[in-house]
Design a protein around this ligand. Structure first.
Ligand code: SAJ
Length: 424
């Protein structure tokens, strides 16, 4: 019986030294690199030849504190190599984007085409006992689809289905700006299509994860990741709704929240100009799409947060209307404090809308040297000093440390719209 049981679980004893990570973006690149620095042989795969070239030369194409050091160490060790096509490995990790398509009614439907294409590209390379991990944030049921796509592709290519392939969803929860620290220290979830898959995925992440790794099934793991970001979105929506209520009632929302949070069981988040980034503003839609009749609060929260930039634009336009020759300065373009990531940023959306309204707009973003495409020719990128000297209407959009020296006195004689409650 022992021999029999060993044969049945033989895949649990296979080594996991050869990894192939598909998608070398914000999740795939740090993950591939950290495995490589822990002694795994990692092939990183990206469809962009420029990305592949950059990484093979030991450099990076995205911004994240200390990621350059990690990638350089991984490449120099000889353990990390990048290519545009996958090769055989013991473990395949899918870390490609899962964007969404906007529907006519404003809701969003997940676009799984990258996950499907990456999965199908594995068909010529999978072998018996391989572990296939989906790291991309995905709607419930995607790990089951990965298995179905791979099997369909093998059949399409006339290849035999190797036995004992294991599948798991192991979502990433690292916070942009603190990725390298959180990669190691965050608890993780390993959700297999089978218990054996969960166990093996856990063993793999123990290579570098020093926190706890919890076993569950794939569907629960998928929904857990979406739930975490939906929870944050709903809570930010509560704060943003409070800010609208306070604007109407002429109450300082920051003071209100500070006071309410003195209650031992109240922890209100901070209002802002809207919710940006690639996760919190996206993931709740994956739940809404799957259960539209039930996910009413989550849908409304998305709408509240997506409305907030329009409210800020209206506030700035009202202030500008008080000046014969208004000059608007937008302080901050990033989607949150102390990062240089301008994608899906409400600050960029607001700046573009103000320019489109015909206002002269100066933009200050200490973390970038060029404007994003949507602002080129519409706003002027200037230093904080220039903006403060030239503008009479100032909107603070991001609470960057670089703006920490500003006080109320800095805005004497100017209109200030402080969307982050920074200026005291
Ligand atoms: N924001 C507010 N008020 C707040 C907190 C945040 O307006 O009180 C805004 C920010 O300005 C920003 C947006 O929300 O525009 C999102 O920023 P964030 O720092 O809350 O989160 P992200 O998008 O950088 O990363 C999130 C994290 N998820 C959670 O905290 C639940 C991270 O752990 C995830 O790994 C990441 O999403 C992801 O990849 O899903």
């Amino acid at each position: 019986p022992l021999v029999h049981s060993y044969a049945k679980h033989a895949h649990l004893f296979l080594s996991m030294n050869d990894l192939c990570v598909l998608g070398l973006g914000y999740i795939g690149l740090p993950t591939a690199s950290i495995f490589a620095t822990k002694g795994k042989r990692v092939l990183g795969v990206d469809i962009s030849p420029t990305v592949v070239e950059t990484i093979n030369s030991g450099k990076i194409h995205i911004q994240e504190p200390d990621l350059d050091v990690l990638v350089r160490a991984a490449v120099q060790s000889g353990n990390l190599r990048a290519a545009t096509v996958p090769a055989s490995a013991e473990v395949f990790i899918l870390a490609v984007p899962t964007p969404f398509d906007v529907q006519p009614d404003g809701s969003r439907l997940p676009d799984l085409s990258y996950v499907e294409a990456a999965t199908r590209s594995l068909a010529p390379h999978v072998r018996a006992g391989n572990l296939v991990i989906l790291e991309s944030t995905s709607p419930v049921g995607t790990t089951e689809k990965v298995k179905a796509w791979l099997e369909a592709e093998l059949a399409r290519c006339g290849l035999v289905l190797p036995p004992d392939i294991l599948y798991a969803h192991c979502p990433e929860r690292i916070l942009p700006g603190q990725m390298l620290k959180e990669l190691v220290s965050n608890d993780r979830i390993a959700g297999g299509l089978t218990p054996a898959a969960s166990v093996r995925a856990k063993a793999l992440y123990e290579t570098f994860c020093t926190a706890q790794i919890f076993l569950t099934d794939a569907r629960t793991a998928e929904l857990a990741k979406l739930t975490e970001n939906a929870f944050r979105d709903v809570n930010i929506a509560f704060a943003n709704e409070l800010s609208l209520i306070c604007d109407r009632l002429k109450i300082d929302v920051w003071e209100l929240i500070r006071l309410a949070n003195r209650h031992p069981r109240v922890k209100i988040l901070q209002p802002g100009p809207g919710v940006g980034g690639h996760c919190i503003a996206v993931d709740p839609w994956f739940i809404v799409a799957a259960a539209p009749a039930e996910a009413r609060l989550m849908r409304t929260a998305r709408e509240v947060n997506d409305h907030k930039p329009h409210h800020v634009v209206a506030q700035v336009r009202a202030a500008a209307a008080q000046h014969a020759e208004p000059v608007v300065a937008c302080l901050g373009l990033a989607f949150k404090a102390n990062v240089d990531d301008l994608r899906e940023s409400p600050a960029v959306e607001i700046t573009a809308a103000l320019a489109a309204a015909g206002l002269p707009v100066l933009a200050v973003e200490p973390h970038v040297r060029t404007l994003p495409p949507s602002l080129v020719g519409k706003a002027k990128l200037v230093s904080l000093e220039e903006a403060m000297a030239a503008a009479n209407v100032i909107v603070l959009l991001v609470d960057h440390r670089a703006f920490g020296s500003l006080t109320l006195a800095s805005f004497a004689g100017k209109a200030l719209i402080d969307t982050r409650g920074q200026i005291r």
